[in-house]
Structure formats: structure tokens, C-alpha cells
Write a protein that binds this ligand. Structure first.
Ligand SMILES: Cc1cc2nc3c(=O)[nH]c(=O)nc-3n(C[C@H](O)[C@H](O)[C@H](O)COP(=O)(O)OP(=O)(O)OC[C@H]3O[C@@H](n4cnc5c(N)ncnc54)[C@H](O)[C@@H]3O)c2cc1C
Length: 339
């Protein structure tokens, strides 16, 4: 069992203490770890800590998922199925696949965190979502200890969402993910900023990977230097009719094609209209570079992050009638830990 200090294990750099922390490096350790953890209260799973806002007190047991391994399960010379342990680093997987000529994931380069967390919010960037490549998710039920292999349909992947964020999937712990990748996949250039960056008539996978990485490095703060979790808010998804109504209330609002014939509203635009960019309160600031990103400048607990986020949500609600949803998950209890 590791020390219960989680302060170095979240990209907001928040002080947090768990009753118990258990490192899981192999799937076979999970069942006994869950059985042992039962009397101590709730069980929380943590990957890289890049999409969580941790309160100072994490009751019960925190399982640090560090199951490694990449295994080629099928290869028809064209498409492959790759099984990857939940603890593998996401960006390293993207690079490894790219260097082995297995294509599809380049648009998702440089997203921090672990493979096991990727299905949770169906990570996405530059016109691609990870669910496009997932063929199976291997899970263990934290209550019954039953294992299961979930087909993509059972995961209910949606925009930054899946069953794992809701009651029906909250009991699952992800141990591995099967991806289908393609040696002959075309590049994906649907995202306008990426298309603009790659001026060549026929961009290669190398160019897409380099383009995505350079765009991200320009726009997003490095969490090693500046505490952040990437986007703090999800972009609201509306029906076409709701989008038209919003246009009457918010002239000039850009609307993008969303899932199921709906429209996606850029939350950054809404936040920008209300003058939040650059605003700092209690050691947390709305990034100067991107209104969707909150950055830390001294805050050491979750509260100032959640307070600034709540202020932004209330102001967007009152101006535009839209409720912004937080993208990161909030973990634990607000009580202060003894220093
Ligand atoms: C600079 C920056 C840029 C980002 N850019 C993007 C982006 O472009 N697109 C995007 O989608 N996200 C982005 N993110 C968010 C984040 O990187 C992803 O959500 C990532 O998948 C989180 O991985 P993690 O291992 O750090 O998860 P954690 O933060 O450790 O956990 C996130 C949630 O998943 C749960 N979880 C983790 N592992 C497991 C598991 N094995 N089984 C069950 N539950 C689990 C946790 O309990 C928690 O609720 C960004 C974050 C940062 C800091």
C-alpha cells in the first residue's frame, strides 16, 4: 500500500489525502485489492489525474491504475486489434502506434492521462473521438468482482460522455481497452484549424501528428508547468431549434454540427462574451489564451476552482439560458486535511 498523499497525482497540483492508496500493476491484483478495500469505504479509481478536481479528503481507498501492456490480438495485414493495459500512458500509445504504421489516433496526440480513462469521457480532439477506434472495453465490477468485455454499443459513447460517467456504468473499473487501427487509414482533416495548418495538398500521417502537436503546444498550457485539466467546461449540445433560439439571444454565436443532427455551441465563445478571459480569483484564473481553460496560479485546494467555475456557470446561465457542465470529475470531500 502506498502513502495516502495524492498531491503529486493530479494536474491541478491540489493537496489531497486518501485513507488508503493501492497501486495496481497487474489485472490479477484487482480482485484481492477490491476485496481488501471493502471494509474501508468507497473505492475511487485514478489514472493520471488530468481530469479530476480533488477535494482535500479522499475517503476509503484510491486505486492507482498502472496496468501496462500492448498486445497485438489480430492482424489481417491491413487492420489490427491491439489490446492495451489501462495504465499505459495515452500519448505514448499514440506515438507507438504511429511509429508502427498503425493509424487513427494521431489527432488525439498529446492528450494527457491513461488509456483506461480514455473511454470514460470518450476523449476527443481535432475532429476525432476515441470511440471510433474502440472495439472492446475490459472491466471488473467493483462490487461483484465480475469481469466483462463490453462491446462499444454497451459503453454508450457520446460527446465527452459514456456509460462510465453514469449510474449504469459507474461500478466498472477498466482494466484494458481493445483498439482497431488501420495501416491504410486515411488522415482525418475535418477540423478546420488542423486543415489550415497543413497546407500540403496531400498531408501524411506524419504531418497530421506534427500539426496536432504544434497546435496543442501553442494553445494549451503544459500541466507540468501550469496547473490545469484542459477544458473545464463541455460545449453545450442543442437541437437545431434550440440553436436557432440561441442565435436570437446571442447574435453572432458560432454553431457547429453536433451529434444526432444537433448543434454544438463553443462554451469558450459564451465565456468570452461575458468578459471572463483573464479574470483571476483566489489563485485560479481563466486562461488568457483560451477561455475554456482554467489555470492555477497559487490555489492549493479544490474550492477556489469550483467557486470560479460556479460563477462562470451562473453568469452564462443568466446571460444565455444555457447551463454549462463541468468536464473534469469532482472527487472526495471538502474538509481540510491537517497540515
Ligand atoms: C492540458 C490538458 C489537455 C487536455 N486535452 C484534452 C482533449 O483534447 N480532449 C479530451 O477529451 N480530454 C482532454 N484532457 C482531459 C484528460 O486528459 C482526459 O480526460 C484523460 O482521458 C484523463 O486521463 P487520466 O488518466 O488522467 O484520468 P483521471 O483524471 O485519473 O480520471 C478521470 C476519471 O476517470 C476515472 N478513471 C480513470 N481511470 C479509470 C479506470 N481504469 N477505470 C475506471 N475509471 C477510471 C477516474 O475515476 C475519474 O473519474 C486534457 C487535460 C489536460 C490537463
Amino acid at each position: 500500500m502506498d502513502s495516502g498523499n495524492l498531491s503529486g497525482r493530479n494536474t491541478l497540483g491540489l493537496k489531497a489525502q486518501a485513507d488508503r492508496v493501492v497501486l495496481i500493476t497487474d489485472g490479477v491484483q484487482l480482485e484481492p485489492a477490491l476485496t481488501e478495500a471493502r471494509p474501508f469505504g468507497p473505492i475511487t479509481v485514478l489514472g493520471g489525474g488530468s481530469n479530476v478536481v480533488m477535494h482535500p479528503v479522499q475517503p476509503g481507498t484510491v486505486l492507482l491504475m498502472n496496468i501496462l501492456g500492448r498486445e497485438l490480438r489480430a492482424d489481417d495485414g491491413h487492420r489490427v486489434i491491439l489490446r492495451v493495459g489501462a495504465g499505459e500512458n495515452w500519448h505514448e500509445l499514440v506515438l507507438w502506434c504511429h511509429h508502427h504504421g498503425l493509424h487513427g489516433l494521431a489527432n488525439l496526440a498529446l492528450i494527457p492521462g491513461s488509456v483506461g480513462a480514455a473511454p470514460i469521457q470518450n476523449i476527443g480532439a481535432y475532429g476525432v473521438e476515441v470511440s471510433q477506434f474502440i472495439r472492446a472495453v475490459h472491466v471488473m465490477d467493483r462490487e461483484t468482482l465480475a469481469t466483462q468485455v463490453l462491446a462499444p454499443e454497451s459503453c454508450q459513447f457520446r460527446y465527452r460522455d459514456s456509460c462510465f460517467k453514469h449510474e449504469e456504468g459507474a461500478q466498472w473499473i477498466i482494466t484494458a481497452v481493445d483498439f482497431q487501427l488501420d495501416r491504410n487509414a486515411p488522415v482525418c482533416l475535418e477540423y478546420p484549424a488542423l486543415k489550415e495548418r497543413l497546407s500540403a495538398a496531400d498531408p501524411t500521417h506524419d504531418a497530421v501528428l506534427a500539426g496536432v502537436m504544434s497546435l496543442r503546444q501553442e494553445k494549451l498550457p503544459d500541466p507540468v508547468v501550469t496547473p490545469n485539466v484542459g477544458s473545464f467546461f463541455k460545449n453545450p449540445v442543442l437541437s437545431q431549434e434550440e440553436g436557432d433560439a440561441l442565435r436570437n439571444n446571442a447574435s453572432g454565436v458560432p454553431l457547429f454540427a453536433g451529434p444526432e443532427g444537433g448543434v454544438k455551441v463553443p462554451a469558450a465563445w459564451l465565456i468570452d462574451q461575458l468578459g471572463w478571459r483573464g479574470v483571476e480569483k483566489q489563485g485560479v484564473k481563466v486562461s488568457d489564451a483560451h477561455a475554456l481553460v482554467l489555470v492555477g496560479c497559487g490555489a492549493q485546494t479544490a474550492e477556489p476552482w469550483l467557486t470560479l467555475a460556479a460563477d462562470i456557470v451562473a453568469s452564462v446561465e443568466s446571460a444565455f439560458g444555457l447551463t454549462l457542465e463541468l468536464e473534469p470529475r469532482v472527487l472526495g470531500h471538502p474538509q481540510q486535511i491537517a497540515s
